[in-house]
Write a protein that binds this ligand. Sequence first.
Ligand SMILES: [Fe+2]
Length: 208
Amino acid sequence: MLPTVDEAMNELKCAEKLNPGPWVAHSMNVGLAARNIAEKLQGVNPEKAYILGLLHDIGRRVGIVSIPTHVFEGYKYCMEKGWNEAARICMTHSYIGMLDWFDYEPESLEEKEIKKFIMNCGEADDYDRLVQLCDSLATDYGFVILEKRFVDVIRRYGIMENYIKGWDLAFKIKEAFEARMGCSIYDVLPDIGRTTLLCPPSWKPPAK
Ligand SMILES: [Fe+2]
């Protein structure tokens, strides 16, 4: 089950009032990237890809929170609404390595729940892979090449052990989609050549 595009957009607008920030424009661009790539992929529904991209970070509605918290909050919120397909993407989008990312026993309740979900959800499907990839192609100011986004994330959060493996997986997903699309993913992301070269100052929360 999924909301319509209009309902998903409305969710983002409501969430932006609760927790304003660049994550909302980023989510809209993830949706557009997923839709545009899906249009070239046989067996993938572009509208569904769009809606899943729009809602992947909806857990951020609760505030500025950690990766596991926004993942699990998004899952719970979508399940309450009956949107199980969007709930799945909330869970899988931050774990491009799927179960390989969980070679440890998590301590927090949220991470335990995420691990349990990923253990039981089967292989990543085209929609999981699309949103995992598009999360690294979309900023709040437009689309960028993967290399740019990877460096931006490291400058903001520092480097973590799994990052390099995650980059490699993202490139593999890109190459697999491109083989099916018959073109580069960058061919379907409008204005990416210009926006990749932009370096806007990073967003700061409004002073209270
Ligand atoms: Fe995201």
